[in-house]
Design a binder for this molecule. Structure first.
Ligand code: 4AD
Ligand code: MG
Length: 477
């Protein structure tokens, strides 16, 4: 059809006359002014028709939500609000829309309402911006790793291992639920199942990525992961996307360096390439925050927050030092935390993470060397035998955005950790093989894609940064 994108028109790079554009009507005023949007840009283009020369049938069917192809010329606008507009020569209605019933009206809708209209919410300014930023971040992630010489690997989605050892997995099965066969011990006989064993959706591609790092050197995955945890929070999804780099010959310090460089690089990319969308989202957030009490408002606007992260060094602090800061904080002494910090070894809750990032350090923070008891079996045991070479990157407003570690490369130490974690060695014999044949120190981390999209767009609920969110009791669309 050879259509010109609205973005090209605004950038001044398109031809000026006899252009054709296709899009959806965002507003129609005075039987004359059409606000058209084709998804390429935040801004709508105003298309001006002459009601006298446009046939009545066409006029009748131009309404919010209908799709049109418009031919015309780019002209200077005499009206206020826009510099240029399209003077319409010809207009074709491609798909009608019932203006009475179309759910997305040119007014403010709540995000709760729009979640129920997830198939149409992409036609709003906010979701258009969020999803363009999301797409740019994905592109920036692939570019970064490509430039750094990493290989992109695809790890399996159906798996028989539980990478995080947390057991919060969705089962994958073709067994007949109505009529499940059990053996004499009343156990389900998974040998009769599709794969001949118990299988689930993956919670992480890490273990398989490790095998590839110990052959290709530096690799990364970028794929969907699934967690059947019953967390109904604004930062948890049951299906989310994760980026997991894994590097041979990297220690924990190299790992932290890479994580920081990586995040800064992708934030820089969107600062340069998503200016319009970020300005709009920044303004949106500012207006949303105006409705909140003063103390809950952030001092920086969205763009300033992103720039702050790019410009400043992430503060690195060990778990033990973070523990002392928290324990001795006035907030803890006055028992203002829901979970009081008393004994070394407890896991930090998001209230503690936020205190460290937003109140104490006022900066992104990397906490490293956590107690081994609260971390996964594959993390490298430190010489103190109490802590492991783990790292979590914490961001303002979000909390944990990255979790990673140096991996345990010593066979016997790993075996002990596996046993302590109650994992069956036979299930991950291949993972142990890596430690038998040419084992090397190696490290990696996982960035939650939706969490970084949340940070960059200022959306307070993670369900609004993925097209079709999955969460407990919710898998519509
Ligand atoms: O800390 P996690 O569980 O780490 C791993 O899965 C490791 N295997 C990663 C690695 O070392 N290769 O998850 C990593 C990140 C978290 O920091 C968080 O940003 C995100 O994934 N995440 C979630 N995002 C949305 N919804 C959830 N339920 C999430 N759980 C984790
Ligand atoms: Mg984690």
């Amino acid at each position: 059809m050879n259509l010109t994108k609205i973005k090209e028109i605004f950038s001044g790079n398109s031809k000026q006359s006899n252009i054709k554009i296709g899009g959806w009507v965002r507003a129609f005023r005075g039987n004359k002014f059409i606000e058209l949007n084709d998804g390429s840009s935040l801004k709508n283009i105003q298309c001006v028709i002459n009601p006298e020369t446009t046939d009545a049938e066409t006029l009748k069917h131009i309404s919010v939500g209908s799709s049109l192809i418009i031919s015309g010329n780019i002209v200077k606008s005499i009206g206020s609000g826009q510099k240029i507009e399209i003077s319409v020569e010809e207009i074709s209605i491609i798909g009608r829309s019932d203006p009475e019933k179309y759910p997305i009206q040119p007014k403010k809708h709540s995000f709760e309402f729009l979640r129920e209209q997830a198939h149409l919410r992409i036609r709003t300014a906010t979701f258009g911006s969020v999803m363009r930023v999301r797409s740019s971040l994905a592109y920036a992630i692939h570019s970064f790793f490509n430039e750094q010489g990493f290989y992109y690997v695809n790890t399996p989605i159906i798996t028989s291992s539980d990478a995080e050892g947390a057991g919060e997995m969705f089962k994958v099965s073709t067994l007949d639920f109505e009529n499940i066969e059990r053996n004499k011990k009343k156990e389900i006989d998974y040998s009769k199942d599709f794969f001949g064993k118990k299988t689930s959706l993956t919670v992480s591609g890490q273990l398989e990525a490790e095998t590839y790092a110990l052959g290709l050197g530096n690799v990364y995955t970028f794929g969907p992961t699934f967690r059947a945890e019953n967390s109904n929070t604004s930062r948890h999804l049951s299906e989310f996307w994760m980026i997991e780099p894994e590097m041979a010959f990297y220690n924990l310090s190299d790992n932290m360096d890479l994580a920081e460089k990586f995040v800064k690089s992708i934030l820089n990319f969107i600062l340069k390439n998503c200016e319009d969308d970020l300005n709009f989202l920044s303004e949106r957030l500012f207006n949303e925050e105006k409705t909140k009490p003063q103390i809950e408002r952030s001092e920086l606007n969205l763009i300033e927050k992103i720039k702050f992260v790019v410009k400043n060094n992430f503060i690195r602090v060990s778990y033990s030092d973070a523990f002392d800061i928290l324990k001795n904080s006035n907030k803890n002494k006055k028992k203002k935390f829901e979970f009081i910090i008393d004994e070394w070894g407890i896991d930090f809750q998001s209230e503690h993470e936020r205190y460290l990032v937003e109140k104490h350090f006022k900066s992104p923070v990397i906490i490293h060397d956590y107690p081994s008891k609260i971390k996964a079996f594959y993390m490298r045991l430190n010489d103190d035998k109490k802590t492991v070479g783990a790292m979590d990157v914490l961001f303002p407003g979000i909390g944990e955005i990255i979790g990673g570690s140096q991996r345990e490369e010593r066979l016997e130490v790993l075996r002990t950790r596996i046993k302590e974690s109650g994992i069956d060695e036979d299930e991950i014999w291949w993972y142990l093989d890596l430690r038998k044949y040419g084992s090397v120190p190696h490290s990696g981390f996982g960035l939650g894609f939706e969490r970084i999209v949340q940070f960059c767009t200022g959306m307070s609920n993670i369900r609004d940064v993925i097209p079709y969110p999955r969460s407990p009791k919710n898998a519509s669309f």
